[in-house]
Ligand binder design. Structure first.
Ligand code: DP6
Length: 320
């Protein structure tokens, strides 16, 4: 009754921001992401009725704050009458800092729990279950370029391209560590309720999805760059215009953005994207990875840079 799974975070190029159903955690908009290769979460789940209660250890520390969300996710995967569970997770990157740690964590959790309880859900069902726990986690069930579409009362996942067919790189500039001020679940609701730009954001998303999907299909980097940056800045505009405003960037985030702009002016194939945190993610073609890493590492205030390729979806691993 135990299993271990590994999943990588994904970075949205066309963003999920806003829910149409908070109960089922259904997104208000579709999204397109790339699953990373070298950042990962390893999740071990053991069901055992002799345990006094569910428990959660994250990076060697007991974590009671996240435990209710993890228990709910286990109920959804296995059923409410399941055995109690000991869950432990370890990530090789800073968690809760806008690096999509909940995506890799919940994708790995559903895969491990499904195997430990021998449920044999399909990949599509696992994606739905991961998405109920955290919207972006549904995308980490799959590798490479992934689209999450709204499909009536549920979500539908499409694999647009495997990682090997268009092996882009991502350079993550860490501009601050530590947990973010407002979690994305709450921030999305604030945006929906108060931002005057929110309805337009939802309305325009289909056009951005279509443009990005076509660019990925044609492997046209410049077209993907344009629509991804536009979509990212539009999402942050929604946040900035919310009440209270949510500004996730810091001065170093802007320094990094400026570094990317300068590289673009020199003809380097790179673009940026930023999620609900201050880190900047630069997506580039493999030929550009050295210069992008060098320039971002030299941007004033950058604490560290991480470089990764694109990788596979969540999967079981042997931990014995
Ligand atoms: C800005 O998936 O963390 O990273 O469903 O409430 O858990 P919940 O939200 P979450 O939101 C991710 C928001 C984003 C954009 C994206 O990944 O698409």
């Amino acid at each position: 009754m135990r299993a271990t799974a590994r999943a990588q975070p994904n970075i949205a190029l066309i963003k999920y921001w806003g829910k149409r159903d908070t109960e089922q955690n259904l997104p208000a908009v579709g999204s397109i992401s790339i699953t990373l290769a070298d950042l990962f979460t390893t999740m071990r789940v053991e069901f055992d009725d002799s345990l006094p209660a569910d428990s959660l250890v994250v990076n060697d520390r007991q974590n009671d704050a996240m435990l209710p969300r993890v228990s709910r996710c286990l109920d959804a995967v296995v059923g409410g009458d399941r055995s109690r569970a000991a869950v432990s997770s370890a990530s090789n990157f800073p968690i809760a800092a806008g690096l999509a740690s909940s995506a890799s964590a919940f994708a790995a959790l559903v895969v491990a729990a499904d195997a430990a309880a021998e449920k044999q859900h399909s990949r599509e069902q696992l994606a739905g279950l991961a998405g109920m726990a955290s919207g972006s986690a549904a995308r980490s069930i799959y590798g490479g370029f992934v689209e999450l579409a709204n499909d009536g009362d549920s979500i539908r996942l499409a694999r647009l391209r495997p990682a090997a067919e268009w092996p882009l790189n991502v350079v993550v500039a860490i501009t601050a560590t530590g947990p973010k001020a407002v979690g994305s679940t709450q921030a999305m609701e604030t945006s929906r309720e108060t931002s005057p730009f929110y309805p337009r954001w939802v309305e325009q998303q289909q056009a951005d999805l279509d443009a990005a999907r076509a660019a990925i299909s044609d492997k046209e980097f410049a077209r993907l760059a344009t629509v991804a940056e536009h979509n990212c800045l539009k999402m942050h505009s929604v946040m900035w215009a919310s009440r209270p405003p949510m500004v996730y960037w810091n001065a170093t985030t802007l320094e990094c953005m400026d570094a990317v702009r300068q590289l673009q002016a020199d003809g380097v194939p790179v673009f940026f994207t930023i999620d609900a945190g201050p880190q900047l993610k630069a997506v580039c073609e493999p030929t550009a990875v050295d210069i992008v890493r060098e320039r971002l590492a030299a941007a004033p205030g950058v604490e560290a840079v991480m470089v990764t390729g694109l990788g596979a979806g969540a999967r079981l691993i042997d931990d014995d």
